[in-house]
Design a protein around this ligand. Structure first.
Ligand SMILES: Nc1ncnc2c1ncn2[C@@H]1O[C@H](COP(=O)(O)OP(=O)(O)OP(=O)(O)O)[C@@H](O)[C@H]1O
Ligand SMILES: [Mg+2]
Length: 485
């Protein structure tokens, strides 16, 4: 089915999130929608899939104008969208979810099971109908959602940043399935800000910036050209100068760290001041617990943890904070920022004031300064959940104390566009130059090799010796994550 969006406008208050957008998605193709954070990509596909309504403009399917006001309207017209966080019921099984989301299509369990397995196997997805959704990986939940939408007869499948948080193997499976669906004549709309994904998968690409369509191209096309379209300027590749010093910031000996399923043993690790240590591995291989233990959020089961020479094992989190350790979680809205509060309120909470009363003029000044220095696209009174992902991460960074001796971070640039990611690393490298050690987990292997001095690989319940990052490539790391070390 050909989809045409014609002169679409959408405002959120002052923000013109979609500004006269015209784009055509052709049947039988995979069409990439690329653009910086906040460019208006999600807004556009939410309009097409009925999750939000547009202010003005038209939607045409195979040349006929249609009205899409709700997700049900969209499904009725054969348009389905896969959200970044799948909309499933974790306490139910795969089959029950499939039936519950079937819009009354399924009266018989057996028939539903047959159809589920049929669609799943046609796409080479291995979904167990009786598994509980709470036990599935993000990639598997995504597969379930695709199967459910296809069972509803969807002809246009929209995916909003579907490769975040899934493994390399699942990404290959997903891409193969999407290619097959396009070959069968479906229209695939693939929203992303990852150039490499768009290049690997799409037939053509439309680029958005600040609410507008700024260009389109057939793939293959030069990455430099796409970057320039996305940001309006070329971007220099990242450079990590040597920053590690002699002194040791963090040292573990015979440390045993408990995870949900196994105990992780670290015989000896010394992280130097100014050093960047990257943690690579499939999600759930112990990196998260490792970072939590290093920042005092969970105790070691056994062993020693020294910060700047001082024994800290079994000390509470507050002692770690006082010793200059900062932890930045992956889930910015759940663990890092407080939903419902504004940027200014966050700055106030962080204030090192001993007084009972808040110095409001001072706080207002500090907030303006944070917004300016960290280039946050938002106002002091913007609630943090209204900020785009990139701007939430900038806000988290703006709230970090200075100086620090150790920063532990999960997925520092997950969901961020290339320019924001480069900017954030520039800032982190400046911290390293002041002597701060950084430990970070990432599923982006290029990020690990580009910024780390040394790398730990987590796999099969074990953690590797620290490896010199300059001798590693993303490919070699990928193999090691598969268990070859
Ligand atoms: N519900 C909302 N309320 C207010 N503003 C919003 C809302 N949703 C989006 N915006 C604003 O609209 C603009 C476009 O946001 P959108 O989510 O479409 O961007 P995006 O291209 O998907 O970005 P990202 O790559 O970060 O996902 C941003 O400035 C954003 O802050
Ligand atoms: Mg988005």
């Amino acid at each position: 089915m050909d989809v045409e969006l014609i002169h679409i406008h959408k405002h959120f208050g002052e923000v013109h999130a979609n500004d006269d957008v015209c784009v055509r998605f052709r049947s039988g193709t995979i069409h990439g929608l690329l653009g910086e954070n906040g460019a208006g990509k999600s807004t556009l596909v939410k309009i097409l899939s009925g999750y939000i309504t547009h202010d003005s403009g038209d939607i045409a399917l195979d040349g006929k104008l249609v009205s899409i006001q709700t997700p049900t309207d969209a499904i009725r017209h054969g348009i389905g969208m896969l959200h970044q966080d799948p909309l499933d019921f974790p306490s139910l099984t795969v089959l029950e979810n499939f039936m519950a989301g079937g819009g009354g299509l399924w009266l018989h369990r057996r028939e539903a099971r047959r159809r589920l397995c049929e669609i799943a196997s046609s796409l080479n997805f291995s979904l167990d109908p009786d598994a509980h959704v709470s036990e599935l990986t993000v990639g598997e939940r995504q597969q379930l959602e695709i199967v459910r939408l296809l069972a509803l007869g969807v002809q246009v499948l929209i995916l909003d940043e579907p490769t975040t948080g899934i493994s390399a193997v699942q990404k290959e499976q997903l891409f193969a399935a999407l290619r097959q669906l396009a070959a069968d004549g479906r229209t695939i709309i693939f929203v992303s800000h990852k150039l490499e994904d768009v290049e690997a998968l799409c037939d053509e690409v439309t680029v958005m910036r600040q609410g507008r369509v700024v260009g389109s191209a057939a793939i293959p096309c030069s990455p430099a050209q796409l970057v320039e379209m996305m940001f309006g300027k070329p971007l220099a590749p990242p450079i990590k100068p040597p920053t590690a010093r002699e002194e040791i910031a963090l040292e573990l000996r015979e440390a045993l760290i408990r995870t949900n399923t196994f105990d992780l043993h670290v015989p000896h690790l010394a992280v130097r001041c100014g050093e960047v240590l990257g943690l690579a591995g499939l999600e759930g291989s112990g990196q998260q617990e490792f970072l939590a233990a290093c920042s005092g959020l969970i105790p070691l089961r056994h062993g020693s943890l020294r910060l700047n020479g001082r024994e800290m094992a079994h000390r509470p989190y507050h002692s770690f904070m006082r010793a200059g350790v900062c932890y930045l979680p992956a889930d910015r809205l759940r663990d890092g920022l407080i939903g419902g509060l504004t940027i200014r309120e966050h700055v106030a909470l962080r204030a090192p004031t001993r007084s009972f009363f808040l110095d409001e003029p001072l706080n207002a000044r500090l907030t303006m300064e944070a917004i300016r220095v960290f280039n946050i696209r938002g106002q002091p009174n913007t609630r943090v959940e209204r900020l785009s992902g990139g701007n939430q991460q900038r806000t988290q960074l703006a709230l970090m104390p200075n100086p620090l001796s150790v920063i532990c971070m999960e997925h520092p640039t997950r969901g961020l566009d290339i320019e924001s990611a480069l900017w954030i690393w520039q800032l982190l490298i400046a911290r390293c130059q002041q002597g701060t050690a950084i430990l970070f987990a990432s599923s982006d292997l290029d990020e690990i090799t580009a910024y780390s001095d040394r790398v730990l690989v987590f796999s099969g319940g074990r953690v590797s010796e620290p490896l010199d990052a300059h001798r590693l490539t993303a490919d070699v790391l990928g193999h090691m994550i598969g268990g070859k070390f």
